[in-house]
Design a protein around this ligand. Structure first.
Ligand code: GA4
Length: 329
């Protein structure tokens, strides 16, 4: 990766690779109605920390409706959008990601999924607050229902006695989950100038338990395989892409991998993605599940609360290895 030298482009990073990044052709595809789904999910989470979900039961209309409204928001004049910012951390953000100097070719809305906190940020919803808010709520209702099912299949597949060991953390009224709408505008001039690919969202792992992404049909998402190779994930607007987050890696004592990923902006097409990040309540103590610690293995991590982990994440840079601070030496 190189950092651009032209002053106007200064803060943005480009990727210049010697060989083109390959397509992720062996991407695990899980059919939620398949009787073997739980076994396949475990395999995918162990190998990649990532899979694509089909036959998920979330109606396409919920996705297209919200995508349309999000497009209308991102098409507003800049001063209008700025009224919904800055993201602290919730609200509208443009190019700046997090509080520690990360930037990307992206604008976004970051919302808490707790309805009370969601409604406090009324400026996001513009003159039609009710229409946008109910589209977000309807979408999240469908996505959460599906996510609970996925998490329960994971617990089943791991042969954990209580099926709801993961899903209860998201079902909790105090669950600290959030929702992100990312808009990556096209960038033809910049691409021409740099000859590389502009970073939309730099490499990182997601701190939460699980992330559920749906995007339009524009490419950009890449994941990093265990041996360090980056691969492009072909977009599919009818499916969801599931990421294992840091907390799930800890709860499984490293059996599942929190997947490193990034997004490159497209020179010509805009990309829109909507991501639900399922997190536990702030006071929840996070530690590996006893049944997942191999005999005499012990925990690979120090115990911490989600509040402690999240606070530490917000003092880090996007690409930092956040779990490092919590690993036992
Ligand atoms: C990455 C995953 C989610 O988008 C997010 C991001 C958050 C933010 O944009 O405010 C963070 C980033 C994410 C990890 C490290 C910190 C916090 C920006 C940043 C530099 C909402 C999240 O929970 O963590």
């Amino acid at each position: 990766m190189v950092v651009l030298s032209q002053p106007a482009l200064e803060p943005f990073s480009v990727i210049k690779t010697c060989k083109p990044v390959g397509l992720f052709s062996e991407i695990p595809v899980i059919d939620l109605t398949d009787p073997h789904a739980k076994t396949l999910i475990i395999k995918a989470c162990e190998e990649f920390g990532f899979f694509k979900l089909v036959n998920h039961g979330v109606p396409m209309e919920l996705m297209t409706k919200l995508e349309g409204l999000a497009n209308s928001f991102f098409n507003l004049p800049q001063p209008e959008k700025d009224k919904a910012g800055p993201p602290d951390p919730y609200g509208y953000g443009n190019k700046k990601i997090g509080p520690n100097g990360d930037v990307g070719w992206v604008e976004y809305l970051l919302l808490h999924t707790n309805p009370q906190i969601l409604s406090q940020k009324t400026s996001i919803f513009q003159e039609n607050p009710q229409i946008f808010r109910s589209a977000v709520e309807d979408y999240l209702l469908g996505v959460k229902r599906m996510t609970f099912e996925v998490l329960e299949l994971m617990a089943d597949g791991l042969e954990i006695e209580s099926r709801n060991v993961f899903s209860r953390l998201l079902r909790d009224d105090e669950s600290d989950s959030c929702f992100r709408l990312n808009h990556y505008p096209p960038c033809p001039e910049l691409q021409a100038l740099t000859g590389g690919n502009l970073i939309g969202f730099g490499e990182h792992t997601d701190p939460q338990i699980i992330s559920v992404l749906r995007s339009n049909n524009t490419t950009g998402l890449q994941i990093c395989l265990k041996e360090g190779t980056w691969v492009s994930v072909p977009p599919d607007q009818t499916s969801f892409f599931i990421n294992v987050g840091d907390i799930l890696q800890v709860m499984t004592n490293g059996r599942f991998t929190s997947v490193k990923h990034r997004v490159l902006a497209d020179p010509l097409k805009s990309r829109m993605s909507m991501i639900f990040f399922g997190g536990p309540p702030l006071s929840e103590k996070i530690a590996p599940l006893p049944s997942l610690m191999a005999e005499r293995e012990g925990s690979l991590y120090k115990e911490f609360t989600w509040f402690e982990y999240k606070s530490s994440a917000y003092t880090s840079r996007l690409a930092d290895h956040r779990l490092g601070l919590f690993e036992k030496t």
